[in-house]
Design a protein around this ligand. Sequence first.
Ligand code: HEC
Length: 137
Amino acid sequence: MTNAQKWVSIFLVLFILLLVLSKITDREESEATISENIESVETKSVKIDVEYLLGSNRCFTCHGKDLNGTGMAPSLANVSENWKKNSLVSYFQNPKAFLSNPRMAVLAEKYNRDMPAQERMTMEELEAVAKYLLNRK
Ligand code: HEC
């Protein structure tokens, strides 16, 4: 082996070592970002801001800032007298399906408008809103 050939092989070995090292650190980094992402999804689903959802989905606009009703929609003060959590979530997803219920038909006629289907909220958010309404007095 000439001197030049020695240097070339030393250089090659170093290069390959560096390549392997950088692959290993790369993998550690992407594993770290994946677990970070999982963490932020978890904290998001734990902390659902119901007040924010009631505002951003315009519940306050129709049902009133204190949810005690306006000329546009009934009071939500006694929701627990008429609803259980699962049926309330179904109602949010498709209020029209409940118009066969005489009480809802009367309400829809009285306010002359339909409660809009809630299509923007996730299942967890719908459940959180339902629980919130069922637990307030
Ligand atoms: C465009 C106006 C409007 C908006 C926005 C609206 N509602 Fe309604 N809501 C109504 C009307 C009108 C009724 C009466 C029944 C019907 O017409 O379907 C109603 C009925 C309800 C009922 C049943 C009340 C009862 O006496 O059983 C609940 C619960 C309810 N709304 C919750 C919500 C929540 C939570 C939001 C926001 C995510 C919301 N509403 C947004 C108009 C609205």
